[in-house]
Design a protein around this ligand. Structure first.
Ligand code: AMP
Length: 395
């Protein structure tokens, strides 16, 4: 069965086609600068990467070209062969605890939840509607970033604010990056060959979140009502004292929208380093002994270590810690700094293995004598979406 896995952003659309249940990737690619000038797309097939320019006025243009290319490259002879399209949807609120087949009611709910994810849900919806139009025979599946975290207890997802904020306005911790936390924790369980175990998953990318997972279910996670909570990120502040907001508004005369944008787009590693939100740029400056770059790294590592320590206690000890996403998969430097700080728990890094484990490699990075093994697990949200889509279609 052929299945498409789709991640639609406001100006981009990533896709991957799978043969399921074999999990074979048939073609993948990304459409960029949709609705902007100089739009283009890249396709990866049979180990080759092809870049093409195209006029992409909207997502429908992108989906139309995608369907033509699927036929051109003989991924399918007829679009009817695509039985399911799985869509990454950022916010499912507390309504969706699992992926779902999309119908009118789901579309309406996702639209209503746009209040909680104004940058993401509308873009996800545009993507879904474009595929419903272009491949109407296929079942459309919604795979929510929030769903994996729906197993959190009330005592973990509630904030200590007036109850009415939760009951009336939905103010609670939701958690994000769920498809990644689910994939990585499942993969660690496979490696450990254990269904009943405690795992801490560190998704360290441009956005970052950590989750505490017991027996495959999320117990707690660092992102909250929005993705701006938790650890220090590329350009997001992570946790701060909220009183800073009215204070800076008074001092600078900035509006709440401006402050919100600064906390999302100009804070985190970028704010502290004043170099970039990209860890590679910052690491390059660290080798030149740039003080702000070094400080940004310390703040980042501190926030990661403090959540690992919190979840270690919350879970009552752990069987494994996993690192994933851009930084977690590719920066031995960051992993080294984090794991060194976990020495008091008996966790011992294997420096050679740590250096080796990057650019898509999966494996252990701690010594055999380490009290807890740490792994690098390249995340695969697309596969998780394809698996959920296949499961729901064949149910
Ligand atoms: P993601 O959001 O998962 O795509 O991750 C993006 C982040 O990963 C960016 O900050 C990149 O700088 C970082 N990253 C990617 N490759 C490397 C690398 N080789 N070393 C350090 N950071 C990296």
């Amino acid at each position: 069965m052929k299945i498409l896995s789709v991640n639609a952003g406001s100006s981009s659309l990533k896709f991957q086609a799978y043969e399921m249940p074999e999990e074979k990737v048939l073609i993948s690619g990304v459409f960029e600068r949709i609705g902007i000038d100089n739009s283009f797309y890249t396709i990866k097939i049979n180990g080759e990467k092809i870049k093409k320019e195209a006029i992409l006025k909207n997502h429908e243009d992108a989906v139309k070209i995608l369907t033509e290319e699927l036929i051109n490259y003989k991924v399918v002879n007829d679009l009817k062969e695509i039985e399911g399209v799985g869509h990454r949807v950022v916010h499912g609120g507390d309504k969706y605890k699992d992926s779902v087949i999309i119908d009118e009611e789901v579309l309406k709910t996702v639209e209503e939840l746009s209040d909680l994810a104004p940058l993401h849900n509308p873009a996800n919806l545009i993507g879904i509607r474009a595929f419903m139009k272009e491949i109407p025979e296929a079942k459309q599946i919604g795979c929510f970033d929030t769903a994996f975290h729906q197993t959190m207890d009330e005592e973990r997802f509630l904030y200590a604010v007036p109850n009415e904020w939760y009951t009336k306005y939905g103010v609670r911790k939701y958690g994000f990056h769920g498809m990644s936390h689910k994939y990585v924790s499942n993969r660690v369980m496979e490696i450990l060959d254990e269904k009943f175990c405690n795992i801490i998953v560190c998704h360290l990318g441009n956005g970052g979140s950590i989750s505490a997972v017991r027996d495959g279910k999320c117990v707690d996670t660092t992102m909250g009502f929005t993705p701006n909570a938790g650890i220090v990120m590329g350009s997001r502040s992570g946790d701060i004292d909220y009183s800073i907001i009215p204070y800076i508004m008074k001092k600078t005369g900035k509006t709440i929208e401006e402050i919100d944008s600064i906390l999302n787009k100009q804070s985190g590693m970028l704010g502290i380093s004043e170099i970039s939100s990209d860890f590679r740029d910052i690491e390059a400056k660290i080798s030149e002994k740039d003080k702000k770059a070094i400080m940004a790294h310390y703040l980042f590592v501190n926030s990661v270590v403090s959540y690992i320590a919190k979840y270690y206690v919350e879970l009552g000890g752990v069987d494994a810690i996993a690192f994933t996403a851009g930084v977690g998969e590719n920066s031995p430097h960051v992993r080294n700094m984090v794991i060194k700080r976990l020495a008091c728990l008996g966790i011992k890094l294997d420096k050679e293995k740590n250096e080796e484990m990057r650019f898509g490699k999966e494996g252990v990075i701690t010594k055999d004598v380490s009290s807890v093994p740490c792994y690098v697990i390249p995340t695969n949200e697309e596969l998780m979406i394809a698996e959920d889509t296949y499961r729901l279609i064949t149910k």
